[in-house]
Design a protein around this ligand. Structure first.
Ligand SMILES: NC(=O)c1ccc[n+]([C@@H]2O[C@H](COP(=O)([O-])OP(=O)(O)OC[C@H]3O[C@@H](n4cnc5c(N)ncnc54)[C@H](OP(=O)(O)O)[C@@H]3O)[C@@H](O)[C@H]2O)c1
Length: 349
């Protein structure tokens, strides 16, 4: 990015899986940072993290720390957002939140820049980012909706362990190591052993039998795409993959569909990369779409059970498009559109 203004940027949850990716992406993409402030819990206070080759000390996230921060990325869970985001907003700091705490608040825009950038204009100090499996699924669904008019969809996710944070990755690696050494396999992050297994539970169960993650896919898809009555049914599954989520989707549309038109729609969408050649066994996999900006879409075929239906597969990085990258893209767009200005320049106006 090339901008005259530069910002005091905060990352709350800087030591976590998403926080670490935020740091890397802000550096790699050249977001205009004048000063970086890193926040986490008291467990991490005083640790140092490298940014542009220089050590930056981690501070305790607490009320009062946002007074001189222009924009803060929150990636420390819903409870931290609920307790500290109002303080940041009061201090005039824009909050770009990765947690689920405020996503469904009607006064908080829930934004994927490639889909509903116009929602940024109505923000009141906080912008929410979608759940990771929703973000990945919508990178395939949105361009198809624009072409054919989405009526309903079914989704089955294959979610990596990093979706449960840094501890999720450690648990998978420890179980694999223990298995190789013939030791006992213990678990605390996931409800069952995840190594050499799949677990059809992501988040806790609601009274309707759906998990929180499954309900998020339904509600967040409706809000982001502006389709309040969209019928959605999802099954979310944790798989022993370290990074990047995949989603198998069966979608029904208002208008007749064809595979060639669907491929054309995906190829023309900036958030997706078409990877679809069955003859050469070419389709997206989580390994191929880790640390990749776009989400891969492939296995596109006519659905045999739905009217005007398509079946397809999407893989995308839960820590990038599903989290940190989307948040940085939101900040970049806010700067580009003149919706984010350094507080010092505001004071000078
Ligand atoms: N992982 C994903 O794929 C993903 C995708 C979308 C959204 N999200 C959301 O992003 C957020 C972070 O997830 P994550 O996967 O990065 O989790 P994580 O790896 O467990 O990291 C959590 C971060 O929050 C900090 N933290 C915990 N309690 C805190 C407190 N009381 N005060 C201040 N900081 C505190 C931790 O600091 P310490 O190191 O000091 O404990 C750590 O930096 C969550 O809301 C999650 O739902 C994650």
């Amino acid at each position: 990015m090339d901008h005259a203004a530069s910002f005091t940027v905060g990352i709350v949850g800087a030591t976590g899986a998403v926080g670490q990716e935020l740091l890397r992406l802000i550096e790699q993409r050249g977001f205009p940072v004048a000063k970086l402030r890193l926040f986490a819990s008291t467990r991490s206070t005083g640790k140092t993290v490298l940014f542009r080759g220089q050590p930056v000390q981690v501070e305790e996230a607490r009320p009062g720390v946002f007074d001189h921060v222009d924009v803060a990325f929150f990636a420390a869970g819903g409870a931290v957002t609920r307790s500290l985001a109002p303080d940041a907003v009061k201090a005039g700091c824009l909050v770009i939140d990765k947690s689920s705490a405020l996503r469904m608040d009607p006064t908080v825009p829930l934004v994927i820049p490639e889909i509903n950038p116009q929602a940024l204009r109505s923000h009141r100090g906080i912008i929410a980012n979608p759940n990771c499996s929703t973000a990945v699924a919508l990178m395939g669904l949105w361009p198809l909706h624009q072409r054919f008019g989405l009526r309903r969809f079914f989704a089955a996710s294959y979610q990596s362990v990093s979706g449960a944070g840094a501890e999720g990755v450690r648990e998978l690696e420890a179980q694999v190591g223990s298995h190789v050494r013939g030791g006992a396999l213990t678990f605390s992050v996931f409800p069952h052993q995840i190594a050499f297994n799949v677990i059809p539970q992501v988040d806790t169960f609601g009274p309707d039998g759906y998990t929180g993650e499954e309900t998020k896919i339904m509600l967040e898809s409706r809000k982001i795409m502006g389709l309040p009555n969209l019928a959605v049914s999802a099954t979310c599954v944790r798989v022993p993959v370290e990074r990047a989520h995949s989603v198998a989707i069966n979608a029904e549309f208002d208008r007749p569909v064809s595979v060639s038109e669907a491929r054309e729609a995906i190829a023309g969408f900036q958030g997706a990369q078409l990877v679809d050649d069955p003859a050469s066994k070419t389709y997206p996999t989580p390994l191929d779409f880790s640390r990749v900006v776009k989400c891969g879409v492939g296995r596109i075929r006519l659905d045999t059970a739905l009217e005007n239906g398509l079946a397809f597969w999407v893989s995308g990085d839960n820590l990038w498009k599903g989290a940190a990258l989307n948040a940085v893209q939101v900040a970049e767009l806010m700067v580009k559109e003149g919706l984010l200005k350094p507080k010092t320049s505001l004071a000078a106006v």
